[in-house]
Design a binder for this molecule. Sequence first.
Ligand code: GCB
Length: 621
Amino acid sequence: MNSHSLLKSLLILMLLVGGVTGHTLRAQSPVLQNAPARRVLSLNGSWNYIIDPYENGFYDYRREAFDQSKSGKGGYYDNQKPSSKQEPELIEYDFDKSAALQVPGDWNSQDPKLLYYEGTIWYKKSFTLAPKAGKRYFLYFGAINYESHIYLNGKKLGMHKGGFTPIQYDITSQLSPSGDNFVVVKADNTRRPNEVPTINTDWWNYGGITRDVFIAETPDTYISDYKVQLAKNDPNTVAGYVQVTGTGRANQSVTLSISEAGIKQSLKTDAEGRATFRLPAKKLVRWSPQTPKLYAVTLSSGSDAVQDRIGFRTIQTRGADILLNGKSTYMRGISIHDENPLIPGRARGEGDLRMLLTWAKELGCNYVRLAHYPHNETMLKLADEMGLLVWAEVPVYWTIAWENEATYQNAETQLSDLISMGKNRASIVVWSVGNETPLGEARLKFMTNLANKARSIDDTRLISAALELHRTPDNVVHVDDPLGEVLDLTTFNEYAGWYWGGSPSEITKYTFDIKYNKPVMISEFGGDALAGYHGDAETRWSEEYQEALYVNQLKMLGTIKNLRGMTPWILADFRATRRQHPVYQNGFNRKGLISSTGTKKKAFYVLQEYYRQMAQKYDGK
Ligand code: GCB
């Protein structure tokens, strides 16, 4: 072998083991399955930060990235300190004397000068962890919006794009033997046209480390991934796989046990560390919103074990019907942003998330649309526990760069990461590949590929997207987007009484012409109301207007034969930059049924009553 090919093989080997650092090195994908359930060291809490709009901590004055230079040094990630008092070097930053942000949490809601900030902020945290022999350590971030470069002890781990999916690096060999470590994150929430989402959205561009950070510890050979769910449309079979990673992965024994159901199954991995299985599961109580039964599931292999709580249900469609565990169901939903209106800012943990889902339950929901991007893994687990079906989505929203291959790859990675994170959650029944994307050839190809991708990874759930409609002068609303062909549901956003169609009292004249004989769900309808502002049903922004809009929407939608559910827009008022009206909006989208101070508006009760009736009709209670 000549030196050139030796070098090439070495490089390929390094890439394969994921050991190279560099500008473009991506985070691991998929991440450790159910990482929060591992033995973890939490890095939540105070992180020192430096605001760096010119990116002086990343580029030198010739705009060369420090981490691409020969020495790899010079950036803020060095966390440099003067070495002596006598001859102090010039160092123009000091993390430890800088202010701190709380993690998890967006930066916008923590410091008034950051409310509108878009750019780079550096975060730093020190921690003590002396690596033990025979263990592996994974640095895990629940989400960082949008682009992150992560460094441990001054060395780059990699970069990641996408503000709502977990990021993970194997840091075993980079931890300091002394136990003194520091991690530095460059988080950049700059909006860019070729990214996912693109530059224009109707939600706040919250930046920073918005979800939990921890280090998970596993044995050297460990269970990296698993899927334990009912087989497609088969209520009597539990099917899935276990993936073992590490040097001892081949021919490993794995035990899957669901002791409450008397299941204890021994499996053997293949040469790649994978063991697939199909087991009879006749006796399992089915998970449903009425009975959100979860079983303790334990997977063990060698010295590793991981526990989960998993529900078992089937979901399928038949003609116009959505069958949950074989029974026709009506999806009493509401759309939700990952935001606590009371902060206001990104939801920061289980308490905030539980509050949102408790409101949805109070409304009478059995279903939530987690718009418009992947929500927190904790949210998905809470939905399992509280009995709420879930529509989970990727931020392919409005005008994505349809022709750009890198944009597609980015969207696909976000989708795969979402599915990987959510695949063991019984609550998730719909993967949505996007929202209100405009008709066109390139877009159709992009979206069809995404839908096919979702189905190829997980054919046990329904695939959909929030489509648009068009109207003709005869007051007919047409839903015939060709993308509808490849989707399992016909789901579309419809804003009669707000963006078109006159006042609420006029909208009942519309009828629907829907091309597909599939279950129809209205993925959005609604209108703004400022809580406490009263007028008559014709007074825009008043609670009465929104109330009348809901009353008449429900009348109008009642004429759709295939209607099997809805997720009106939206549970709570949320921050949105495009909502500028100084009296009624003040930077908030006011379509919430609950205000930004937690007050329920009149329309809340209209929908609550409708859901009471639908529950009675479909579930007999
Ligand atoms: C939509 C979008 C949603 C917006 C909403 C609105 O169609 O999907 O993100 O917030 O309308 O309020 O206009």
